[in-house]
Design a protein around this ligand. Structure first.
Ligand SMILES: C[S@@+](CC[C@H](N)C(=O)[O-])C[C@H]1O[C@@H](n2cnc3c(N)ncnc32)[C@H](O)[C@@H]1O
Length: 207
Protein backbone atom coordinates (compact mmCIF):
# COMPACT_ATOMS: atom_id res chain seq x y z
CA UNK A 1 0.00 0.00 0.00
CA UNK A 2 1.40 3.39 -1.00
CA UNK A 3 1.53 5.60 2.08
CA UNK A 4 1.39 9.38 2.28
CA UNK A 5 4.83 10.97 2.64
CA UNK A 6 3.99 12.37 6.08
CA UNK A 7 3.16 8.86 7.33
CA UNK A 8 6.39 7.41 5.95
CA UNK A 9 8.24 10.35 7.53
CA UNK A 10 6.58 9.71 10.91
CA UNK A 11 7.68 6.06 10.92
CA UNK A 12 11.21 7.03 9.87
CA UNK A 13 11.50 9.65 12.64
CA UNK A 14 10.14 7.15 15.15
CA UNK A 15 12.67 4.54 14.14
CA UNK A 16 15.55 7.04 14.15
CA UNK A 17 14.56 8.14 17.66
CA UNK A 18 14.72 4.50 18.76
CA UNK A 19 11.03 4.26 19.69
CA UNK A 20 9.50 0.77 19.80
CA UNK A 21 7.56 -0.31 16.73
CA UNK A 22 4.27 -0.69 18.57
CA UNK A 23 2.17 1.67 16.46
CA UNK A 24 -0.79 0.40 14.45
CA UNK A 25 0.08 -1.27 11.15
CA UNK A 26 -0.45 0.71 7.91
CA UNK A 27 -3.59 -1.34 7.18
CA UNK A 28 -4.97 -0.76 10.68
CA UNK A 29 -4.18 2.94 10.35
CA UNK A 30 -6.05 3.03 7.06
CA UNK A 31 -9.01 1.39 8.80
CA UNK A 32 -8.97 4.11 11.48
CA UNK A 33 -8.82 6.74 8.73
CA UNK A 34 -11.84 5.15 7.04
CA UNK A 35 -13.84 5.08 10.28
CA UNK A 36 -13.07 8.75 10.84
CA UNK A 37 -13.95 9.76 7.30
CA UNK A 38 -17.09 7.60 7.08
CA UNK A 39 -18.45 8.89 10.38
CA UNK A 40 -17.80 12.54 9.53
CA UNK A 41 -15.91 12.95 12.81
CA UNK A 42 -14.87 16.46 13.82
CA UNK A 43 -13.37 15.63 17.19
CA UNK A 44 -11.11 12.66 17.96
CA UNK A 45 -9.47 11.82 21.28
CA UNK A 46 -6.53 9.43 21.30
CA UNK A 47 -5.14 7.93 24.51
CA UNK A 48 -1.56 6.85 23.70
CA UNK A 49 0.32 8.85 21.06
CA UNK A 50 3.78 7.28 20.65
CA UNK A 51 5.21 8.97 17.50
CA UNK A 52 1.76 10.03 16.35
CA UNK A 53 1.41 7.56 13.49
CA UNK A 54 -2.22 6.65 14.26
CA UNK A 55 -2.88 10.31 15.19
CA UNK A 56 -2.01 11.30 11.63
CA UNK A 57 -4.49 8.81 10.16
CA UNK A 58 -7.23 10.30 12.35
CA UNK A 59 -6.18 13.84 11.42
CA UNK A 60 -6.31 12.96 7.73
CA UNK A 61 -9.86 11.58 8.13
CA UNK A 62 -11.29 14.57 10.03
CA UNK A 63 -14.17 16.51 8.53
CA UNK A 64 -12.82 19.56 6.72
CA UNK A 65 -13.95 22.17 9.24
CA UNK A 66 -12.09 24.90 11.13
CA UNK A 67 -13.06 23.43 14.48
CA UNK A 68 -12.01 19.82 13.71
CA UNK A 69 -9.20 18.48 15.88
CA UNK A 70 -7.46 15.42 17.27
CA UNK A 71 -6.47 15.61 20.93
CA UNK A 72 -3.81 13.03 21.73
CA UNK A 73 -2.35 12.05 25.12
CA UNK A 74 1.22 10.93 25.84
CA UNK A 75 3.00 10.80 29.21
CA UNK A 76 6.62 10.48 28.09
CA UNK A 77 8.11 13.92 27.18
CA UNK A 78 10.88 12.38 25.03
CA UNK A 79 8.35 10.40 23.02
CA UNK A 80 6.08 13.46 22.81
CA UNK A 81 8.97 15.39 21.25
CA UNK A 82 9.12 12.92 18.37
CA UNK A 83 5.33 13.08 17.93
CA UNK A 84 5.45 16.87 17.97
CA UNK A 85 8.09 16.85 15.20
CA UNK A 86 5.94 14.47 13.16
CA UNK A 87 2.89 16.69 13.53
CA UNK A 88 4.88 19.81 12.61
CA UNK A 89 6.18 18.08 9.48
CA UNK A 90 2.67 16.97 8.41
CA UNK A 91 -0.16 18.95 6.79
CA UNK A 92 -2.14 18.64 10.08
CA UNK A 93 -0.03 20.61 12.57
CA UNK A 94 -2.94 22.96 13.28
CA UNK A 95 -5.41 20.09 13.69
CA UNK A 96 -3.57 18.14 16.41
CA UNK A 97 -3.31 19.03 20.11
CA UNK A 98 -0.78 16.94 22.03
CA UNK A 99 -1.26 16.88 25.81
CA UNK A 100 1.82 15.65 27.66
CA UNK A 101 1.24 13.99 31.02
CA UNK A 102 -0.37 10.97 32.64
CA UNK A 103 -3.43 10.11 30.56
CA UNK A 104 -5.67 9.91 33.61
CA UNK A 105 -4.69 13.45 34.64
CA UNK A 106 -5.27 14.84 31.14
CA UNK A 107 -8.60 13.01 30.94
CA UNK A 108 -9.71 14.37 34.30
CA UNK A 109 -8.78 17.87 33.13
CA UNK A 110 -10.75 17.49 29.89
CA UNK A 111 -13.80 16.36 31.92
CA UNK A 112 -13.40 19.27 34.36
CA UNK A 113 -13.07 21.73 31.48
CA UNK A 114 -16.34 20.34 30.12
CA UNK A 115 -14.88 20.15 26.60
CA UNK A 116 -17.11 19.48 23.62
CA UNK A 117 -17.71 15.72 23.38
CA UNK A 118 -15.54 13.64 21.06
CA UNK A 119 -16.93 11.74 18.06
CA UNK A 120 -14.22 9.07 18.22
CA UNK A 121 -12.10 7.97 21.18
CA UNK A 122 -9.17 5.61 20.56
CA UNK A 123 -7.77 3.82 23.62
CA UNK A 124 -4.19 2.66 22.97
CA UNK A 125 -1.94 3.33 25.99
CA UNK A 126 -1.18 1.25 29.10
CA UNK A 127 -3.74 -1.54 28.78
CA UNK A 128 -3.98 -2.13 32.54
CA UNK A 129 -5.81 1.20 32.79
CA UNK A 130 -8.29 0.46 30.00
CA UNK A 131 -11.24 0.12 32.41
CA UNK A 132 -10.45 3.55 33.87
CA UNK A 133 -10.04 5.03 30.39
CA UNK A 134 -13.48 3.67 29.49
CA UNK A 135 -15.02 5.52 32.46
CA UNK A 136 -13.47 8.78 31.29
CA UNK A 137 -14.35 8.07 27.67
CA UNK A 138 -18.03 7.71 28.55
CA UNK A 139 -17.89 11.13 30.20
CA UNK A 140 -16.22 12.64 27.13
CA UNK A 141 -18.54 11.06 24.55
CA UNK A 142 -22.11 11.68 23.38
CA UNK A 143 -24.81 9.56 21.78
CA UNK A 144 -23.39 8.26 18.50
CA UNK A 145 -19.73 8.49 19.54
CA UNK A 146 -17.45 5.60 18.71
CA UNK A 147 -15.03 4.21 21.32
CA UNK A 148 -12.25 2.02 19.90
CA UNK A 149 -9.78 -0.06 21.92
CA UNK A 150 -6.68 -1.57 20.34
CA UNK A 151 -4.90 -4.88 21.05
CA UNK A 152 -7.93 -6.80 22.29
CA UNK A 153 -6.83 -10.20 20.94
CA UNK A 154 -3.08 -10.31 21.67
CA UNK A 155 -2.38 -13.50 19.70
CA UNK A 156 -5.33 -15.15 21.54
CA UNK A 157 -3.84 -14.50 24.97
CA UNK A 158 -7.02 -12.63 25.84
CA UNK A 159 -8.74 -16.03 26.26
CA UNK A 160 -6.28 -17.09 28.96
CA UNK A 161 -8.28 -16.83 32.18
CA UNK A 162 -5.15 -17.52 34.22
CA UNK A 163 -3.00 -14.81 32.66
CA UNK A 164 -0.95 -12.79 35.13
CA UNK A 165 -0.07 -10.17 32.49
CA UNK A 166 -1.62 -6.92 33.68
CA UNK A 167 -2.13 -5.79 30.08
CA UNK A 168 -4.19 -8.90 29.32
CA UNK A 169 -6.13 -8.54 32.57
CA UNK A 170 -6.83 -4.87 31.77
CA UNK A 171 -8.24 -5.78 28.39
CA UNK A 172 -10.26 -8.69 29.77
CA UNK A 173 -11.82 -6.30 32.31
CA UNK A 174 -12.38 -3.71 29.58
CA UNK A 175 -14.24 -6.22 27.38
CA UNK A 176 -16.40 -7.31 30.32
CA UNK A 177 -17.16 -3.68 31.07
CA UNK A 178 -18.23 -2.74 27.54
CA UNK A 179 -20.42 -5.87 27.38
CA UNK A 180 -22.13 -4.93 30.66
CA UNK A 181 -22.50 -1.21 29.89
CA UNK A 182 -26.11 -0.56 28.85
CA UNK A 183 -25.22 2.63 26.97
CA UNK A 184 -22.88 0.79 24.57
CA UNK A 185 -23.27 -1.57 21.64
CA UNK A 186 -20.00 -3.27 20.81
CA UNK A 187 -18.30 -5.53 18.32
CA UNK A 188 -14.82 -7.06 18.21
CA UNK A 189 -12.80 -7.19 15.00
CA UNK A 190 -9.80 -9.48 14.66
CA UNK A 191 -6.96 -8.30 12.46
CA UNK A 192 -4.22 -10.42 10.94
CA UNK A 193 -1.21 -8.79 9.35
CA UNK A 194 2.34 -7.62 9.88
CA UNK A 195 1.59 -7.06 13.58
CA UNK A 196 0.42 -10.67 14.02
CA UNK A 197 -3.06 -11.60 15.24
CA UNK A 198 -4.77 -8.85 17.17
CA UNK A 199 -7.85 -6.68 16.95
CA UNK A 200 -9.99 -3.71 17.86
CA UNK A 201 -13.19 -3.43 19.84
CA UNK A 202 -15.65 -0.88 18.51
CA UNK A 203 -18.37 0.49 20.79
CA UNK A 204 -21.11 2.91 19.83
CA UNK A 205 -22.60 5.08 22.55
CA UNK A 206 -26.33 4.55 22.14
CA UNK A 207 -27.66 6.81 24.91
C1 LIG B 1 0.88 1.48 21.77
S1 LIG B 1 1.64 3.05 21.96
C2 LIG B 1 0.56 4.11 21.02
C3 LIG B 1 0.65 3.84 19.57
C4 LIG B 1 -0.07 4.87 18.71
N1 LIG B 1 -1.47 4.98 19.08
C5 LIG B 1 0.01 4.45 17.25
O1 LIG B 1 -0.66 3.48 16.88
O2 LIG B 1 0.77 5.10 16.49
C6 LIG B 1 1.21 3.50 23.60
C7 LIG B 1 1.71 4.88 24.02
O3 LIG B 1 1.04 5.22 25.24
C8 LIG B 1 1.95 5.86 26.11
N2 LIG B 1 1.48 5.65 27.47
C9 LIG B 1 1.61 4.52 28.22
N3 LIG B 1 1.08 4.71 29.43
C10 LIG B 1 0.60 5.97 29.45
C11 LIG B 1 -0.07 6.75 30.43
N4 LIG B 1 -0.33 6.25 31.64
N5 LIG B 1 -0.44 8.00 30.11
C12 LIG B 1 -0.17 8.50 28.87
N6 LIG B 1 0.47 7.82 27.91
C13 LIG B 1 0.85 6.57 28.20
C14 LIG B 1 3.29 5.17 25.81
O4 LIG B 1 4.38 6.00 26.19
C15 LIG B 1 3.21 4.93 24.32
O5 LIG B 1 3.81 5.98 23.61
Amino acid sequence: MKQDDFLVNALRNSQEAGLPSIEVSPAQGQFLYFLTKLSGAKRVLEIGTLAGYSTLFFAKGLLDDDSSEVVTLEYDPQIAKVAHKNFEESPYRRKIRLLVGEAKDSLMKLVQENVEPFDIIFIDADKANNPLYLDYSLQLAKTGSLIIADNIIREGEILNENSSDERVIGIQQYLEKIAAESSLESVAIATIGIKGIDGFSLSIVTK
